[in-house]
Ligand binder design. Structure first.
Ligand SMILES: *Cc1c(COP(=O)(O)O)cnc(C)c1O
Length: 466
């Protein structure tokens, strides 16, 4: 499988190169040259398969030329063997038509583990082949940082430096990062906001000498391999609810548009997806874009769902490219316009292409709280605030009543205990697998939010390229 850039001028690359590169050299994102196609019989044949076997079947066409089937199976077994539920992503029934797809049974209690555990395995495999080394530098508002650190801790070919804004991530999130003891893991608390931390990371990537010397790499959701890993659970869930005979709708709490774009990919591959609901909190750029064609950046408002407090959605470009007719040169112009003015209109082709599958809903704090209470009253389920945004939108969805509606539950309620307690009066306990989190010793550096301080810290500890 070859991959092309959404901006039309970077060279086409195979899966291995795309995984290690992250962003394309023209500033675009990589997407498969064409979508693999699954017939109804191919989908029927997934019935009853384990999560790992489903993953091998669904991902195999995306990795041809880079990984054989047996290698892919080994990597999936290693990645998903670390989940605490045998089904990896189990379905839970809420009422006669609403279901939760629980994506939080990985080591750090949020759905990002599903993709990052596999990405850790892929990095190790590809870097060993090349006898190369990577330095991952990232900024996190919580979930990506802990999932990425867990995925690469102790690996020989990778060092990771993770910046978080001091005092602005939850205690559980911070401890999941700072109590990991491995010689290749470095946590840095920055005196500043998440945007300051993010700007420092960007500045390091833009410093071409620094970036080359340490072979910098990113783990944010622009990496194609992360999206690919997320396509699997759409198949896994839909097959259990009757696909290919019966179509299924999904509601997805959305920030960077990675998770819901994976659902779009599943539909392009032939999975009968009746509707994809893009559920946003009050930071609603995606809702405005999909309902009115207005993609203009506002101010980020902090909410109880920090992983969705986003005003620019990095993966949306992939949808604009594919739904708008795959014209990379035109999209490059459109995106440069957006980068300059912080606003753009979707073209008619992009709007029509998107409206075939997507709907969108903006959910405020009251809507979120009501969904949490409903899940508890209807089915005894304590859900996290992000999942509640998805569930509120799912319950407002306009689809044929015979279609099952699956809400993606993206985090364990215990990861956001304070917000859950405020909304429901119940404080969810930490699951046993992270039980001693508050007894473990923390270790992290505190640095001022300056380029000089952070680059000096990294340069002293990272492994330069041979
Ligand atoms: C990252 C995250 C999201 C948003 O996912 P995107 O792929 O960025 O749209 C939603 N919920 C939780 C708990 C997350 O960590």
């Amino acid at each position: 499988m070859q991959y092309v850039s959404t901006r039309g001028s970077a060279p086409a690359l195979g899966f291995e190169d795309v995984t290690l590169a992250g962003l394309a050299s023209d500033g675009g994102l990589y997407v498969p040259e064409s979508w693999p196609s699954f017939s109804p019989d191919d989908i029927r044949a997934l019935a009853g398969l384990s999560y790992v076997e489903t993953a091998v079947r669904v991902m195999a066409p995306f990795v041809t030329g880079s990984l054989g089937e047996e290698e892919l199976r080994e990597l999936c077994e290693a990645a998903y063997g670390r989940f605490s539920h045998d089904a990896v992503t189990p379905l839970v029934q809420l009422d006669h038509r609403h279901w939760l797809l629980e994506l939080f049974h990985g080591p750090t209690l949020a759905f990002k583990d599903v993709a990052l555990q596999l990405l850790g395995e892929l990095f190790e495999r590809f870097l060993s082949r090349r006898e190369d080394h990577l330095t991952i530098v990232g900024a996190t508002s919580g979930d990506t940082g802990s999932a990425a650190i867990d995925a690469v801790a102790g690996r020989a070919k990778v060092d990771i430096f993770m910046l978080h804004p001091e005092g602005r991530v939850s205690d559980v999130q911070r401890r999941q990062m700072t109590t990991v003891r491995a010689p290749n893991v470095y946590n840095i608390a920055i005196d500043g906001s998440f945007d300051d931390a993010q700007a420092l990371v960007k500045a390091m990537f833009n410093d071409a000498d620094f970036s080359r010397r340490f072979n910098l790499s990113a783990v944010n959701s622009i990496n194609w391999a992360r999206l690919m890993a997320q396509v699997v659970y759409y198949f896994y869930a839909a097959v259990r609810l009757g696909a290919p005979e019966r179509p299924v709708a999904f509601s997805v709490p959305t920030g960077n548009f990675g998770d819901v774009f994976a659902g779009y990919v599943a539909a392009q591959m032939g999975l009968p997806v009746a509707r994809l609901m893009v559920a946003t909190n009050v930071n609603d750029i995606l809702h405005r874009a999909l309902s009115e064609g207005d993609y203009s950046q506002g101010q980020v408002v902090p909410t109880a769902t920090p992983s969705m407090d986003i005003q620019v959605s990095s993966n949306f470009e992939r949808l604009l490219f594919d739904a708008g007719g795959r014209d990379g040169k035109a999209l490059a112009q459109q995106m440069h316009g957006f980068e300059a003015s912080k606003a753009m209109r979707l073209t008619n082709a992009q709007r029509d292409g998107a409206s075939k599958l997507f709907a969108s809903t903006r959910v405020d704090a009251d809507g979120m709280t009501m969904a949490m209470r409903w899940a508890y009253d209807a089915a005894g389920q304590i859900i996290d605030p992000h999942s509640a945004i998805g569930l509120a939108a799912a319950r407002a969805m306009d689809v044929d009543p015979s279609v099952p509606v699956v809400t993606l539950a993206t985090a364990h309620a215990a990861k956001f205990r304070d917000a859950v307690e405020r909304a429901t009066g119940t404080r969810p306990p930490l699951p046993p697998r992270v039980g001693d989190l508050f007894a473990r010793e923390e270790s992290y550096a505190k640095l001022p939010g300056t380029f000089e301080a952070v680059t000096a810290y990294v340069a002293e500890r990272a492994t330069p390229r041979a």
